[in-house]
Design a protein. Structure first.
Length: 276
């Protein structure tokens, strides 16, 4: 089931947002980041020649998508990350019995667990020759751009019609990226500029101790010093001392300024999203 005229799906993740990734008069390049190369193999296949692993934190969603893909003629299996660590999950997917000699595709939910971002699966899977498309229900430019830089070949919104999923998987099954080149370049240019903008802020934040980082993260969540003290069963004076140390290290004078800096830097999520 091949369609020579098949084009990348039109979805907010790859068309509507592309202008927001482009900066006016921007001259940024992608030379300062490591961009995963496309898989070495590229050949036309029909749906029966492709296997798809659906990795989602919601078992029902994974199973439903796998059923849809199976009805389209693909070999599809739902997978749950459970309590597996990143390396264990990558090995499970890589050595799956379902692959056979078919083209390998993984649909990865961007939100797997609190301690496991789906974006972190992209690079190791891509390095093993598995084409990856990110499934997302959120509009997070930084994480989606990070996934593309890591080698994701497609971005699929859970809120878009199933036809978009079909076109994405079929393109990947044929060894073709589901993100048009111009849009991919715009995303990567934006990501490169964002890395350069945020890195100095992260360097400052990296000077915080683990305890101070926890306090700042909870301040960013809207907790007060008194609430943080109660939550950690420590004296209010202890938390105030940690806040004072945070301000000294960051060269700031007010608690709200520390919170603003952390939010501008998309901290702490940006530590792994930008530089893993």
């Amino acid at each position: 089931m091949t369609h020579p005229e098949l084009t990348a799906p039109s979805s907010p993740l790859t068309t509507e947002y592309v202008d927001s990734f482009r900066e006016p008069h921007s001259h940024t390049t992608t030379s300062d980041i490591t961009i995963a190369a496309s898989p070495k193999y590229c050949h036309s296949v029909d749906s029966a020649s492709a296997s798809v692993a659906v990795i989602d934190d919601h078992e029902l969603v994974a199973r439903s998508l796998a059923d849809v893909l199976t009805n389209w003629g693909f070999t599809a299996v739902p997978l749950s990350c459970g309590n597996l660590q990143l390396e264990e999950l990558v090995d499970l997917i890589d050595h799956g019995w379902w692959w056979g000699d078919r083209s390998r595709i993984a649909l990865v939910d961007v939100n797997l667990r609190d301690d496991l971002d789906g974006v972190r699966l992209v690079r190791p899977l891509h390095q093993r020759g598995i084409s990856v498309a990110i499934l997302t229900g959120v509009d997070d430019r930084l994480r989606l751009a990070s996934a593309v830089a890591a080698g994701a070949q497609g971005l699929v919104s859970k809120g878009q019609p199933l036809d978009d999923l079909h076109r994405t998987v079929e393109l990947l099954a044929r060894g073709q990226p589901a993100i048009p080149l111009a849009e991919r370049c715009a995303i990567l240019d934006w990501f490169s500029a964002e890395r350069r903008r945020i890195k100095p802020l992260l360097d400052h934040l990296a000077t915080l101790t683990k305890a101070e980082a926890v306090v700042l993260a909870e301040l960013c969540q809207g907790l007060t010093v008194d609430e943080i003290a109660v939550g950690h069963v420590v004296a209010v004076a202890t938390v105030r001392s940690q806040v004072h140390s945070i301000l000294m290290k960051l060269g700031l004078h007010a608690q709200r300024d520390a919170v603003r800096l952390a939010r501008v830097a998309r901290w702490p999520e940006s530590r792994t999203v930008l530089f893993d």
